[in-house]
Design a protein around this ligand. Sequence first.
Ligand SMILES: *Cc1c(COP(=O)(O)O)cnc(C)c1O
Length: 384
Amino acid sequence: MSLRLSRSIVGAAEAEAVRRVIEEDGYLGMGNETRRFEEELAAWLGVEPWQVITANTGTAALTLAVDSLFAHSLVPHRAGALPKILVPSLTFVASFQAIVAAGCLPVACDVLPETGTIDLRDAEKRLDGDVVAIMPVHYASNPWHLDEVYDFARRKGLRVIEDAAHAFGCRHHGKKIGSFGDLVCFSFDGIKNITSGEGGCLVAFDRECAQRAADARLLSVEGDTRSRYAGTRTWTPDIKRLGWRFHLSNIMAAVGRVQLARLKPEFIPARRALAAQYAEALDGLPHLRLLQSDPEDFIVPHILPVRVLDGRKDAFKEALAARDIPTGVHYKPNHLHTFFAAPGALPLPVCERLFDELVTLPLHPGLSREDVATVCDAAREALA
Ligand SMILES: *Cc1c(COP(=O)(O)O)cnc(C)c1O
């Protein structure tokens, strides 16, 4: 098979789990498997089951997280003004769309050139009275300076929504991402560190937000999660607010449960070993720079972006493509999209420079050491 940028690593165990749901449970929607997936995620993270709210995509989890901020007016905001959320521009468009979907305004922030993570000094310049939260993105699975983000938020009176879509399985200074904080969102889409086909979850650290999100994923039918896990429904609810069909089905949860069990023995060591091999082979090459990380952090890399300097990015990508090596772009900065452009906003020079430099190399646990050596040889030649 040709070398792929990323892929799902699934097989007989996932197929058997789906078979079990179809042939033994007989109910494909949200039920027992979803409940068990939430319990197992909670156990893995070391949090209580009520704190984990699965959703049918990571984007849905982010939308629920933003929406949950307004549970019981936990976050006051000015009538008539859209609440604003600080977010790095260098992220998947999902972060921005989720903010808009939940009725807020994304404020694009610049990033640090060494890591691609949010630049808090830049973020501070964009603060005004309508900003209610900050959404750091663990770019390339790097929770860089997350403690500083929480300090900043505490000082400025902001809530924190971590877009941890890349960072399932990572640790910041010894603590698992999702085991502490405010609101933490993961993605289980087809190529993330674990997949449920499509899916995601929110981890909440206060009961109001957790309850609001659990209801909002089921059209804001209050308490319907409990009913479904008991095999029934809430038949005659009174709906008090906006809600969505964002719940995770038994089929997807069954796949996710198998993947969660494979994370520690298979996926974590494989991803880390391949990334270490890349780092060793590429470090110090001319015109190329690796992203930095904190040695105190434990990173399970979802993607492998590198910076190709001195205007050589396009030639580099073409040289790899000529050898059938696919490369990716993570990401087009969101302030450059028509929908999110904010005329008059402060410039975002680092995001734009990184957009001219970043090239994502193939990374997934199905790659062999030989595959990575092939990519690194091609990279070395392309830069010579
Ligand atoms: C994948 C991803 C998401 C969204 O997750 P989906 O499950 O694809 O909806 C959000 N943010 C980032 C940074 C991502 O990479």
